[in-house]
Design a protein around this ligand. Structure first.
Ligand code: TYD
Length: 205
């Protein structure tokens, strides 16, 4: 049996990292093999592209192409082989992030995003996507409390993150069958319970 592909999305500071670990533990606890990975990144080459994407100023179309170049490599070298082998893949961000950040945040034309998505993964979408939704002002306060200088995206202003958030929510409406939108202002324990419940209901009920 092919494995399942689960992704976690949200604006910077939404608090998805701790929940990813919990999801991985839940799946592994069922005796299933699970690969935890992230985008941009997940392979040595894609991690190099991540460094560029996060720290090197570039044209917005270059930025979208770098994200999809990293994704192409990641799919070929890690995600697809794992799923084919029956392993589950839990990924911190995927193409919904490109839609939210490059289309929503930066203003990339949506039809260009669609061409790249169709090119890079015509037959693959996540089986389940958690969207951690919260007000960018709350996310910014969390990041200010916990992080240093930040990368090119984390240094963006509130209006950028408001557009990213709106694009995420639009995408969740368009792809409602696979999205689960979470209120990320709740406590980590409450969120963890919801994440675990959704995974159990979707896959283990
Ligand atoms: P993130 O998962 O937030 O890394 P960290 O937790 O280490 O900060 O991802 C890095 C950044 O990359 C994040 O600000 C969103 C951005 N990003 C895009 O702009 N487009 C994409 O397609 C992806 C995958 C990420």
């Amino acid at each position: 049996m092919s494995g399942r592909f689960i992704t976690f999305e949200g604006i910077d500071g939404a608090g998805k990292s701790t929940q990813i670990a919990a999801a991985v533990a839940l799946i592994a606890g069922r005796g299933l093999q699970v690969v935890q990975t992230r985008e941009p990144g997940g392979t040595p080459l894609a991690e190099k592209l991540r460094e560029l994407a996060l720290h090197e100023p570039m044209h917005l179309e270059t930025e979208a192409l770098v994200m999809f170049a990293a994704r192409r490599e990641h799919l070929a070298a890690k995600i697809e082989p794992a799923l084919s082998a029956g392993q589950w893949v839990v990924c911190d961000r995927f193409s919904d992030a490109t839609y939210a950040y490059q289309v929503g945040g930066r203003g990339l034309a949506a039809d260009k995003f669609a061409v790249l998505e169709q090119w890079v993964h015509p037959h693959r979408q996540p089986d389940l996507t958690f969207l951690f939704d919260l007000d960018p002002a709350i996310a910014a306060a969390r990041m200010a409390a916990s992080r240093s200088e930040g990368d090119r995206f984390e240094r963006e202003q509130a209006d950028f993150f408001a557009r990213v958030r709106a694009a995420y929510l639009a995408r969740a409406r368009d792809c409602s069958a696979r999205f689960h939108v979470l209120d990320a202002t709740r406590t980590p324990d409450d969120i963890q319970r919801e994440v675990e419940e959704v995974i159990r209901e979707r896959f283990f009920a």
